[in-house]
Design a protein around this ligand. Structure first.
Ligand code: NAP
Length: 542
């Protein structure tokens, strides 16, 4: 019998903690909790670690946060020794890094791969979660952590005729491991979010012809990627501890960008455009959105930043009709995930690329030889769906999660997700989420938010172990207050104006609820710390 079992008397279970998902959050949770003496077991659907970076292998896939930021901070030797070759990591480089972490901390021995959790049921009488898997296996533990990811449930539109298509089709979020050779092919890509915008220049290079089927134009800024400057790397690494601490004092969890102090409407047009030009030249989305302090709260201010980018698009794309179609006009810049690209707009100057507006002329159906709109048929050898995910709630709703035979999480969230701090859901004791809805997760440097949640959960479990308690549940009233606060904060910004996946707008029938917390990492972490200081206020611990 292990120490933890002796201390907690939990020998009636297979493990102390079960974790669903071996992405960046699940892996750190395993490392942290195992180090604290808990018996931890992870269940992962993929056949290896990496989560989002394991599944999204489409050409051009890379992170839109600087590599020196988008990495674990929990081990100084790791962050000092790892060398990032480029400013923004490619999918392959990040996956290599995650694999290195798994090997370095010997994580794989506690992960069950190629296994999907189908149900998770809590029983108050035994104080246990029982997880069932698609391999008909049953696993028990008093605590369960959902590290199931926010963008892990790929969605393909429900077009008639897909089964008749004689060519091959792919979803960017489920890309074949061996890659796809598009050379000589007529390819169609549906979707111009981050995945589409990143992959289009690469597919255009390879394909005989590429048709881009665009429903909504999105804002994209130049990433200005390149080899990582050794001087920048040396300097950044020498400041790592302070930088990591400073990141918690920023809205997006990324240090190094002084907060803006002026409104975009306070300065002359000439100065404003000079500042936008500097940010455009430097690359990166935080830099641009930090040009002024009201870009995400004031429509008139935002419009200056939006128009600057629209003018850049008009200057880059030679055909004026195509340029105008690529100019976003249905949402303020930054209210949908701001995309970073490399030569996206220039790609439309190629002879083998055609932009098709499927807003005015929607796709009717997939045919044997391509796809059909009211305007006519498009002959295609391959179709790429860059159509996104059932974001933030999809992965958890796919598991039958319930407590004491009560309603499932899908039932509880049928009008939109509800949680306390994005950490727990009232009515589901002893189940934690990593970067759940109503936490800053997707609106922050994701690895920082994963670490913050895991550290919070670990310290909560330790507190319970030390005080001989074994059940924690979010109070309904605390959850209601937090959801209300979340909505108020969102409503004080321009975010709700966009039909984004933040509000579930990309999934037909999904309730329109603003899901991430946009009050910023600083305010959020302060709230989490205050809850602990006040004796886990809003939670009942027994
Ligand atoms: P997305 O942002 O949801 O974009 C999906 C695209 O597909 C949109 O253009 C959407 O059009 C279109 N679409 C969906 N259904 C359609 C239909 N029936 N007909 C025509 N078009 C349709 O998905 P994503 O590009 O995969 O990105 C999701 C998120 O993942 C990003 O916002 C980002 O947070 C993350 N991500 C990050 C990176 C990175 O770090 N660089 C890369 C990829 C993804 P509408 O806008 O009209 O719905």
């Amino acid at each position: 019998m292990q120490d933890t079992e002796i201390q907690s008397g939990r020998s009636n279970s297979d493990y102390d903690v079960l974790i669903v998902g071996a992405g960046v959050g699940g892996l750190y949770a395993l490392h942290k909790l195992r180090g604290l003496g808990y018996r931890v077991h992870v269940v992962e659907a993929g056949d290896d670690v990496g989560g989002t970076w394991y599944w999204n292998r489409y050409p051009g896939c890379r992170c839109d946060v600087d590599s020196l930021e988008y990495s674990y901070s929990f081990n100084d030797d790791l962050q000092q020794e790892w060398h990032w070759p480029e400013r923004y990591g490619t999918q392959g480089e990040i996956l290599k890094y995650v694999n290195h972490v798994a090997d370095r901390f010997d994580l794989r021995r506690d992960i069950e791969f190629k296994t999907r959790v189908t149900s998770a049921h809590y029983d108050s009488a035994s104080s246990l979660w029982t997880l069932k898997t698609d391999a008909d296996k049953t696993l028990t533990a008093p605590f369960c952590i959902m590290a199931t990811g926010n963008l892990s449930t790929p969605r393909t539109p429900d077009y008639a005729g897909i089964e008749t298509f004689k060519g091959k089709w792919y979803h960017t979020g489920l890309w074949p491991h061996e890659g796809v050779d598009f050379s000589g092919q007529r390819v169609g890509i549906i979707g111009t979010g981050s995945s589409g915008v990143q992959s289009i220049p690469h597919i255009a290079e390879a394909a005989k012809h590429l048709h881009v089927f665009q429903r909504t134009a999105n804002f994209s800024l130049p990433a200005r990627n390149g080899p990582l400057d050794p001087d920048i790397e040396r300097q950044h690494k020498s400041e790592y501890p302070e930088r990591r601490r400073a990141a918690y004092d920023t809205p997006f969890g990324i240090a190094g960008y002084p907060p803006p102090t002026h409104s975009a409407l306070e300065v002359s047009e000439e100065d404003r455009n000079r500042i936008y030009e500097e940010k455009w030249t430097a690359g990166g989305s935080i830099s641009y959105l930090y040009a002024f302090n009201d870009l995400l709260t004031n429509v008139a201010a935002n419009d200056t930043a939006s128009e600057f980018v629209r003018n850049k698009i008009r200057a880059m794309v030679k055909d004026p009709k195509t340029a105008e179609l690529l100019c976003p006009n249905d949402h303020p810049i930054g209210t949908k995930r701001l995309i970073l690209d490399t030569h996206y707009y220039e790609t439309y100057n190629r002879d083998n690329v055609t932009l098709v507006d499927v807003r005015t002329d929607p796709i009717d159906q997939i045919t044997e030889t391509g796809l059909r709109t009211a305007e006519g048929d498009f002959e295609l050898d391959a179709i790429v769906f860059a159509t996104g995910f059932d974001a933030m709630t999809g992965a958890m709703k796919e598991i039958d999660i319930r407590a004491d035979g009560g309603p499932s999480i899908g039932d509880k969230w049928q009008d939109g997700p509800r949680s306390y701090l994005g950490l727990m859901v009232a009515g589901f004791p002893n189940m934690f989420m990593i970067t759940g809805p109503q936490s800053p997760g997707v609106k922050s440097q994701m690895i920082l938010s994963c670490e913050q949640h895991v550290d919070w959960i670990a310290s909560c479990l330790n507190n319970m172990r030390e005080t001989g308690r074994n059940r924690i549940a979010a109070e309904l009233v605390a959850e209601d207050d937090w959801v209300e606060h979340n909505n108020e904060v969102a409503d004080s910004t321009l975010y709700p104006l966009a039909n984004s996946w933040y509000v579930g707008a990309n999934i037909p029938g999904k309730p329109r609820v603003f899901m991430p917390y946009v009050g910023g990492v600083t305010a959020y972490k302060a709230k989490c710390d205050e809850v602990v200081a006040n004796g886990y206020e809003g939670f009942v611990i027994e």
